[in-house]
Design a protein around this ligand. Structure first.
Ligand SMILES: NC(=O)CC[C@H](N)C(=O)O
Length: 203
């Protein structure tokens, strides 16, 4: 199987950390700032940061619409924190996103900042189902102004929960997490995404 090509949306947020983790997980990595840079990608990570800032920066070149189209054509997506917010079909407490185009496609309802503000950031050890290699060692998940997943559709599989609430989910070739998997040296979630991307690779 050839190496999957995975982009990292690089408008704002934890871009370099995702790129490093993806390379360590065996992908060929590039950054994406404009629609033409989505060409030939098998997968895309939309990082954490600030969903409102990303939506505003993407708007002039209609980048989020292009991501939605490329996903419909087969590109896998992994949204972390703000990235998950942009992929959610419904967002609560999202007045600041009103009028901005989003990606959508993930059948969940999320609440922005549902885990509180910056001072409520925390690290939670998670059991994540289906990770490549070892899925018994807890994954140290970093939550920063994280979104709460309030509800999910029947096609959405919960792969990790924190205090009885889902925090990582998969829906076909979409992976999403409330937390920041790129901020710790544990690359198992990135490897999992590389595997999903390779499974759905069209080229
Ligand atoms: N760490 C994060 O990505 C925070 C997300 C932020 N609360 C938002 O709405 O985009």
């Amino acid at each position: 199987m050839s190496t999957p090509r995975i982009g990292v949306l690089a408008l704002q947020g934890a871009v370099a950390e995702h790129a490093r983790a993806l390379r360590a997980a065996g992908a060929e990595v590039s950054t994406v700032r404009r629609p033409s840079e989505l060409e030939g990608l098998d997968g895309l990570i939309v990082p954490g940061g600030e969903s409102t800032t990303m939506a505003r920066l993407a708007a002039p070149v209609r980048l989020l619409e292009s991501i939605r189209e490329r996903h419909a054509e087969g590109m896998a997506m992994f949204g972390t924190c703000a990235g998950m917010i942009l992929m959610a079909d419904q967002i609560l407490d999202a007045e600041a996103l009103t009028g901005f185009e989003r990606i959508g496609g993930l059948d969940v309802v999320v609440r922005r900042n549902g885990y509180g503000g910056q001072l409520e950031s925390f690290v939670g050890p998670l059991q994540v189902a289906g990770l490549p290699g070892d899925d018994t060692t807890p994954f140290e998940a970093v939550f920063i102004r994280a979104p709460v997943i309030e509800s999910l559709g029947t096609d959405v599989e919960v792969i990790a929960s924190w205090q009885d609430r889902p925090v990582a989910v998969r829906q076909g070739r979409i992976l999403a997490a409330s937390f920041h998997p790129e901020l710790t040296p544990d690359h198992r979630l990135h490897r999992y995404f590389v595997e999903i991307t390779a499974e759905h690779k069209v080229s």
